[in-house]
Design a protein around this ligand. Sequence first.
Ligand code: GTP
Ligand code: SPV
Ligand code: MN
Length: 595
Amino acid sequence: MTTNKYVLGWIDEMAAMTQPDKIVWIDGTEEQAEALRAEACSTGEITKLNEELLPNCYLHRTAVNDVARVEDRTFICTSKKEDAGNINNWMAPAECYAKLTKLYTGAMKGRTMYVIPYSMGIVGSPFAKYGIELTDSIYVVLNMLIMTRVGTNVLEALGESGDFIKGLHAKADINQENRYICHFPEDNTIWSVNSGYGGNVLLGKKCFALRIASYLGRKENWMAEHMLILGVEYPDGETKYICAAFPSACGKTNLAMLIPPEFYKKQGYKVWCVGDDIAWLRVGADGRLWAVNPENGFFGVAPGTNEGSNPNALYTTKRDTIFTNVVHNLDNNTVWWEGLDKNPPANAIDWKGNKWDYTKYNKADKSTCGAHPNSRFTASAINCPCLSKEFNNPAGVPVSAIVFGGRRAKTAPLVYQSTSWQNGAFVGSIMASETTAAAAGAVGVVRRDPMAMRPFVGYDMGDYWAHWLKMGTLIPNPPKIFHVNWFRTDDNGNFIWPGFGDNMRVLMWILARCEGKVEANITPIGYVPNAEDICVEGLKDVTLDTIKELLSVDVESWLADIDNIRAFYAQVGDRVPQAMYDELAALEARLNAAK
Ligand code: GTP
Ligand code: SPV
Ligand code: MN
């Protein structure tokens, strides 16, 4: 398939270590993919679903101990510890290579090593970066075929160059004690072992397109961010683009595919999805920031996806999709998850592979769920009904606004706008969110998650903030920066804001601000809308007073947060830019003045 000596030499070396029985090159053809699906079905690795109801769709269950990213087992292996920073786990490269070599040695005996040449971004475009993943999992191959651009054309585009990301994945025995997700940014290398789950093993995604890419972006003056990209088309046909960074399982896929409320639809507004998880951002020749989605599919959260919350995502999963850790409905050989509809299947298997009794389901007890809370669908971008026509544009789309957001029951208002790029970067640096099932560990605990990148920055967090500030000086016409929170709750713990499609109402205020078409109130934290400027037309339970409540800035709770932010900055350490401390001091002073 290639004569590239860097590729061939590296594969020889990895094969000598892992000792597969055979090596199969993935060429990107449908024939090969079909043969692999058949093989995986024959071994029970995947199950073919009802061809009439869900054509070309499959179900897979991962090991019970292997259902989410494992942040405590994820390492950034730079030669100097301080370059990985205090927020990342670090291991010396030599030590890590030695430790993992032991785990990889002979790990593919009796198995096949698949060689997946893939591109993040459109093959041949200036934005694109290439990778090769070696894996012993057909499930990984089938997912990578959906999530990235795979095939011989990648090898052709790579030519004889050694500029590619070397990814090695072995399932080994899925032993969580020996699970490691390790990044060697100085060697363009990723080693993953003892997992078979999503973000741990689809190495093009978080490992490459965020951790390694953020490291490269810092060196090359661009940005790799955990952001969705969407376009809002106005009735006159013009489209404005927004990037939004929310932590894992906090609403990126949902926002990226939103269907405008009736009120906007009637006027001719449309929303187009460019990406739902990762954005690569560069300064364009026109002085604006331009975004591409380096992925080719969606690895989306299944629970909660339904006809009301996200019909576009649901439609996208109706064909050519791999479902992971959802409920198997045995009556019609389809799938189900909590929040799909009100009819849980009576004859069903849960995500662990056991018979599932839906009558025992209790919302408050996650262990009674049929689908794992982090169960996912892997679906092709081309099957998405609201996919932007710019999806395959190698130049990307120009970004008008950057939006940060998280899950905050209190404190953060529905929306506010920063006062400058620097202040916006500060707003990103102090982001916080309640943890979700997307990563192993406790759920619902507020933690600081700067720019939604805490688990994904491939270097020191302070240096990452400095890079944000530097990018501000390199973009003559930068996007405006905002913060949103769809998750404020009332005293009974219910969400106050309806969210989902109605988030369009907030996006319209954001875009109006970008165009200087609407005034705002300056508060200690930034610009907050006049309540009348958030359109509530057609909303049942939301009045002007509700909006006022959602927009209120509680000075005391913000002040209470300042100490926590300061402690977090101290934890990030010496490389926190002075400008961030200046912004923090200025925020505190404004809050005190407003008391
Ligand atoms: P990753 O793929 O993990 O990076 O997550 P994501 O940010 O794409 O999250 P996603 O859109 O899949 O949302 C995850 C969860 O948030 C689901 O349970 C949704 O139902 C819920 N959610 C999304 N948008 C909203 C919203 O506007 N309001 C409320 N209340 N919940 C939402
Ligand atoms: C996330 O956790 O942010 C995801 C899913 O998008 S995973 O690919 O597993 O990281
Ligand atoms: Mn994500």
